[in-house]
Design a protein around this ligand. Structure first.
Ligand code: ATP
Ligand code: MG
Length: 213
């Protein structure tokens, strides 16, 4: 899958996967992943940039290689973080459940898998493919994100909430109303993005003239 991933030794391992488009990656992602790593004693966090969906009508997403490289630049100084090419090498839409199944094939029974998301993503979970199987197979770590209150989950799931909530760990992170959408908009408007993303990512964006329009 990737030579950068931790080896499957048969011993128990706690892995976090952080999925996203990472167009571009920013400090909201990094703070969330680092907080999850420490609180849940994760051995590694694997960033999983999504493949570029082949649909023409899809809103524009930067080519997967750019997103992969920016993610790599952002995590390179953290010994616990790595990036997987699994989804970007699969040209079709990749579903989280397929990625999770693949990880269990590789790490077998010793795997404790945590899927790390922001609150917006967890509020959407009912729309994910085979979400019930997903909640059986792994735990979720859901990070707070301004504008997406967790208590909406109760309304979404109603009486099934208690069961669902057992597999979701709610993580309070320092409020960060930062998004890739905002970074892209700032670039297009000629505004600074300094400190919103690691400096090498910022330089990569300028060097490759990303998000100019
Ligand atoms: P976009 O604006 O393009 O949707 P984004 O900032 O939401 O980008 P994604 O790549 O969509 O970033 O998100 C990947 C994951 O990171 C999602 O689970 C999302 O909820 C989470 N996430 C993104 N930004 C934050 C943030 N500021 N705080 C907490 N979680 C975040
Ligand atoms: Mg998003």
């Amino acid at each position: 899958m990737s030579f950068l991933l931790p080896k499957a030794t048969g011993e128990s391992i706690n892995l976090g996967i952080m999925g996203g488009t990472f167009d571009p990656i920013h400090i909201g992602h990094l703070v969330t992943a680092e907080e999850a790593r420490q609180q849940f004693k994760l051995d590694h966090v694997i960033f999983m940039p999504a493949g570029t969906p082949p649909h023409k009508e899809q809103k524009y997403i930067s080519p997967a290689e750019h997103r992969y490289i920016m993610t790599m630049l952002a995590v390179v100084d953290n010994p616990y973080f790595t990036v997987s090419r699994l989804e970007i090498e699969n040209n079709q839409l990749s579903y989280t459940i397929d990625t999770v199944r693949r990880f269990f094939q590789i790490y077998k029974n010793g795997l404790n898998l945590y899927f790390i998301t922001g609150a917006d993503a967890i509020l959407d979970i009912k729309t994910w493919k085979d979400y019930e199987e997903l909640l059986e197979a792994c735990s979720f770590i859901a990070a707070s994100r301004p504008g997406y209150p967790f208590n909406k989950l109760k309304t979404i799931f109603g009486s099934a909430f208690a069961k669902i909530a057992k597999k979701i760990h709610f993580l309070e992170i320092p409020a960060m109303a930062i998004s890739s959408t905002d970074i892209r908009r700032r670039i297009a408007e000629g505004k600074t993005i300094k400190y919103l993303t690691p400096e090498p990512v910022e330089q990569y964006i300028y060097k490759n003239k990303l998000y100019r329009q």
